[in-house]
Design a protein around this ligand. Structure first.
Ligand code: SAH
Length: 272
């Protein structure tokens, strides 16, 4: 095909999908329809772009690699509802990306693993993002949807499930990619939801709680906030959380309770 002379760039995480059934399945997983506007990140050879354009109103696709310019420009030169922007989606200002769309938009992407998590957190707090459907490493997908008190449950699970409803749509075997990566993948769908408490404080508490996985929540919060254990102990009791618990035993609701009652200890912090 047109990719004859194209050299795959490993550093840019270039693992392309050519299987049409899989591409259609990913489009279906995203739940998009004719009225929807879509942001794609990492156009590659435009195979997913090509499927998306037939099921939605408009696709704006960011691609970092200028070596794909000729292939992509040629492929979509007569297609009115596709626009390819040759820029780094991670470094481009959120407002600038949002301005490509009239209203809310959906994100659909098969992109390098090392930028999926930062990208999700870049977009999930945007009021204009209706959903995110993204390919991630299978193990990462398992951590994203993990339940409390399991070994996969950690900062990623808590933060993501705080910001949205997350589900695994399908597992994608490594053989489906060209060139073939060393790991299997999964398509994950995330629908953002309104924050139920202050996101900054929530994030701070979660990160401090998981600082040392084997330590109790009491010890982690006490050293994280540099506040006496007695104070932390009162705070935990107020939230009905046993002082002997570890972060992995705290549900999202527990972390929300801690956030909502943060003033219990914030007065101690202000004295310092
Ligand atoms: N979506 C295509 C390509 C997947 S490979 C397919 O499914 O076949 C991932 C693509 O993301 C590559 O083309 C790579 O050049 C591009 N990419 C990597 N980092 C990027 C970034 N920061 N912004 C935009 N595109 C990026």
């Amino acid at each position: 095909m047109e990719l004859n002379n194209f050299k795959f760039n490993k550093k840019l995480g270039q693992n392309f999908i050519f299987d049409n059934n899989l591409l259609c399945a990913i489009a279906k997983d995203s739940g998009i329809n004719k009225d929807d506007e879509v942001l794609e990140i990492g156009a590659g050879a435009g195979t997913l772009t090509n499927v998306l354009k037939d099921v939605c109103k408009k696709v704006v696709s960011y691609e970092i690699d200028n070596n794909l310019k000729d292939i992509l420009t040629q492929k979509f030169k007569d297609t009115k509802n596709v626009e390819i922007i040759f820029k780094d989606a991670l470094k481009t200002d959120l407002k600038e990306i949002e301005n490509n769309f009239d209203g809310q938009f959906h994100i659909v992407a098969n992109l390098p693993y090392y930028i999926t998590t930062p990208l999700i957190f870049k977009f999930i707090q945007s009021k204009k993002v209706a959903s995110i459907t993204i390919m991630v490493q299978k193990e990462v997908a398992n951590r994203m949807v993990a339940n409390v008190s399991t070994s996969d449950y950690g900062i990623l699970s808590v933060m993501l499930q705080f910001y949205g409803d997350v589900k695994i749509c399908r597992i994608v075997k490594r053989q489906m990619f060209t060139p073939m990566p060393n790991v299997d993948s999964a398509v994950v769908n995330i629908v953002p939801k309104p924050n139920v408490c202050d996101a900054q404080i929530f994030s701070d508490i979660v990160h401090k709680s998981f600082a040392m996985r084997r330590k109790t929540i009491l010890n982690n919060l006490s050293s994280g906030f540099d506040v006496d254990k007695v104070v932390i102990s009162n705070w935990l009791t107020l939230c009905n959380i046993p002082v002997s618990a570890r972060a992995e035993n705290l549900s999202i609701e527990d972390f929300v309770k801690l956030t909502k009652t943060f003033d219990t200890i914030s007065s101690y912090l202000s004295i310092k």
